[in-house]
Write a protein that binds this ligand. Structure first.
Ligand code: URA
Length: 268
């Protein structure tokens, strides 16, 4: 006999707000579990549990639905304590090892960067939902930033921001200035021309490339286009933030590094 499937409890990755066309043209409200996670009160899954347990109120009324809309300016309380919703932007600089995937925050599968990063976070930082700023290929090592601020993700990954990302590639074959020159003008890839890149020859097998776009496999494709297939790729810097922690570890950026190093005012 066919067994009836158990009722599905929405998980962090499945919780999606119902579509609300009535919010078109207006500021769309956050939904309750996400508002609590953004405020750093709980990680998303714990926020859902707290809401279902009746610990959370919106404007004085207990709300038991994680997807309940939170109107602008609403007062949220957890166990009667008001939630501070203006959250400071926090950024972690993580040294990604090879052979781990950069996944999205809702895809905490095994073998992802989250599996390496999250267990190291102190309590104060583990309350936030951390978003990777861009992605590095599985084999690429180096600087991968994480933030609790989705606007910063959009800022830092938009080509319009022109934030340079500096890579060092170990290439097959012998690199020389003549081979690298086209990259300084821009090369044609399947998805269009690249912007002129800053390129330096470090030695016959090592090339430094700074790009201000973040297209899929961009650096490997650029070097491949000039006859220098990439054997290994490492990111040394994003904006003026340099990688300075051992592989597999992280540190938190200072507010100055966020505002100057990543050119982020928080106003976008
Ligand atoms: N360019 C690539 O080709 N791979 C990366 O991981 C990052 C940039």
């Amino acid at each position: 006999m066919a067994r009836k499937p158990p009722p599905r409890r929405p998980s962090a990755s499945h919780d999606k707000p119902p579509s609300r066309s009535r919010w078109e043209g207006k500021a769309k409200p956050d939904w309750l579990s996400r508002a609590l996670a953004r405020a750093g009160v709980f990680p998303l899954a714990e926020a859902e549990d707290a809401i279902r347990a009746g610990r959370v109120s919106i404007n004085g009324r207990v709300a038991k639905q994680p997807l309940a809309p939170v109107p602008e300016g609403a007062v949220l309380r957890v166990d009667g304590v008001e939630v501070q919703r203006e959250v400071e932007t926090r950024v972690l600089a993580f040294h990604k090892p090879a052979d781990v995937l950069t996944s999205t925050v809702s895809q905490h599968r095994t073998g992802t960067v989250y599996e390496v990063l999250l267990p190291q976070l102190p309590d104060e930082l583990s309350r936030y939902t951390w978003h990777a700023i861009g992605r590095l290929d599985r084999g690429t090592t180096g600087l991968l930033l994480f933030t609790n601020d989705e606007k910063l993700v959009a800022h830092a990954t938009s080509p319009e921001t022109h934030l340079p990302k500096r890579y060092v590639a170990t290439v097959q074959g012998t690199a020389d200035e003549e081979k690298l020159e086209p990259l300084r003008r821009g090369v044609m890839l399947e998805d269009g021309p690249t912007r002129p890149a800053k390129v330096k020859l470090r030695d016959a097998h090592t090339v430094e490339v700074s790009v201000t776009e973040g297209r899929h496999h961009q650096v490997k494709r650029m070097l491949g286009a000039v006859g220098l297939p990439v054997k290994a790729l490492h990111r040394e810097a994003v904006g003026d933030v340099l990688l300075d922690v051992p592989e597999g570890t992280f540190r938190e950026l200072t507010p100055e590094e966020i505002s100057h190093g990543l050119r982020y005012s928080g106003q976008n």
